[in-house]
Write a protein that binds this ligand. Sequence first.
Ligand SMILES: *Cc1c(COP(=O)(O)O)cnc(C)c1O
Length: 565
Amino acid sequence: MAESGTIHNSIVSLGGKPKIAYFSMEIGIDENIPSYSGGLGILSGDTIKSCADLNVPVVGITLLSENGYFYQKLDEFGNQIELPTKFSISNFLQELPSNTTVEIEGRDVKVRPWLYKYCGVCGYIVPVFFLDTNVAGNTDKDRQLTKYLYGGDEKYRLAQEIILGIGGVRILRDLGYTTIDKYHMNEGHAALGTLELYDQSNDVEKVRQQCVFTTHTPVAAGHDQFDLNMAKSMIGKILPEFILDDICFENRLNMTRLALFFSHYINGVAKKHGEVSRMMFPGYSIDSITNGVHSATWVCEPFQRLFDKHIPGWRSDPYSLRAASGMDKTEIWNAHMEAKRELINFINKQCNASMNYNDFTIGFARRQTAYKRPDLLISDPNRLMNIADKVGPIQIIYSGKAHPNDGGGKESIRNIFDAMKKIKGNIKMAYIQNYEMSIAKMMVSGVDLWLNTPRRPMEASGTSGMKAAHNGVPQFSTLDGWWIEGWIENITGWSIGSRKSNERESDDDADRRDLYNKLESWIMPKFYKDRDNWIRTMRSCIAINASFFNTNRMIQQYVLNAYFI
Ligand SMILES: *Cc1c(COP(=O)(O)O)cnc(C)c1O
C-alpha cells in the first residue's frame, strides 16, 4: 500500500475526498476521446461535468475502449462500413501505476487505470479512470479485452463487465479511495461490482446501502444477460450461490436483476420510463430522475455569447436560462442564423448538397435502429414533395450509426439513401457520416426543427431534443421519454401521433399521417409566414426546457434522492 499511498495523496488533492463512484461502460466526456457510442455515454460525460461544476465529490470509472466504438463510412447506397478508430491515449490521459488484478476464467488479469481530469466552472476537478488490460504480463487475448466498445461475443462482453465492475471497485480501493460510500451503476454493465463489495463485507444490507442503480432501457432484450454456466466459469467463486435465484431468469444471469438485488435506490431516466420499469420489475421500488444535458457543452457559440450578455452565470446555474423569455427576438434569430450558416456550409462542403441558408431545415440524428423509425419522415416521398410544393422548400439532414449487428438499423440507412435519390431536385437531403459529439452539436443548433420518432414506449428518455432546446430549436416528436414532460404544443414544439398516455404501442400509419399533416398545416406555415411567433417558440424552448432539462438539475436530484439518503 505504500505505493498507492503516494497516488492517493495526489488524487485527493484533485478535488476533495470523493464519496461517490460513478460507473459507466462508456463516458463521452471529450469529443476527441472516441470511447463512447451514443446517448448513454454522452449522459455519463455530461453527468461528470455537472458534478465538477457543482463540486459534487464524485469519481468516474469506465473502460478505455482503445479502439473506440467504430468509425462509420457509408457507400453511395448507404451501406455501412465499420472501421476501427484509434486515439492517442497519452494526449488526453495520464497512466497510473497499479497492482490491481481481476480473475477471469481462473486467470489473473492485470488492470491499469488511466486518469482523465475534468475541471468544472469553479475549478473543482473530477477524476475519471479509464481501465485498460493492454498491459505487459497479460496474455495477448486478455490485452484485447478493453479495445472494443460493445464488440465481440458474450464472453468478451462478460469479461469487460468483470473488469469494469470488479476491477473498478478494486482499483478505487488500491488507489486509496477510502471515503467512497455510494457506488452508482449507470446501467447494468457494472453490476458485478456489487459482488466485490459483498466479498469485502459479507453483508447484503451493507452492500445495498452502498449501491445506486440507474436502468436505461424499457426493452427486455436491452438488458444484459449471460448463460449461467458460462458466467460461473468466467466469474469464479466471487459469485455467491445464495443469490442465484434472485438474479437469474431462465437459467441466465441477468445484470439488471443483480443490480436491482443489491441496490437501495433504483431509478429510471424519465417519469414514463420509471412507470415502465416498475411494470417490468415488480417487487422493486423504482423511482425516476429525468435526464438532462450539460448546458455549457451543448449551447453553440453564438448562443453562448447571447447568454453571456443577458444571463451572466448561466453556466453554473442553468436554471437562470428561464430569463431567456425576456430576450430580444431579433438577437435570438441572428444567433440561430449564425449557427445555421455554419451547419449549412459544413453540409455543402462535405456532401455537395447545395443547401440554402433560408430554407426550412429538419434534423434527425441518433443511433439508427428500428424502434426509432429513422425512415418515417421519408417513408412517403411523394407526400413530402407535395408539402414542399405547397408550403415552401424543405431540407433534411440525417446522421447516425447503426450497431454493427443491427440489420434493421442498417436497412433504415439504406432506405434513407434510396429516398434521397428519389426526391433529389425537389427536396435537398444529406446524410453526414460518422455521427459524434461535434456533429451533434452543429446539428442540434443549426437546424430549424429537431425530429424524433421513437415507437412508444421504447425511448427511455432521449437527450438530443434537450440539446436542441438549449439552442432554441423546437422538437417535433412522438410522446415518449422526456418529451412527455417537455412538450407544450406549439410552445416548446409539437407532438406526433397519439396523445393518450396509456396507449400500448405506436401505430406507424397514424404517426406518419400526423407527422405530414402537422408539418404542412402548422409547423411550416408558422416558420415561413409567421416568423415572429416562430421565434417566440424558439425562445420558450430555452426558457422552459433548457432551464430544466440539464444535468445540473438532474445531479441535484441524484444527490438528494439517491446519494445522501
Ligand atoms: C446526444 C447524443 C446521442 C443521443 O441522442 P438521442 O436522440 O437522445 O438518442 C447520441 N449520440 C451522440 C453523438 C449524441 O451527442
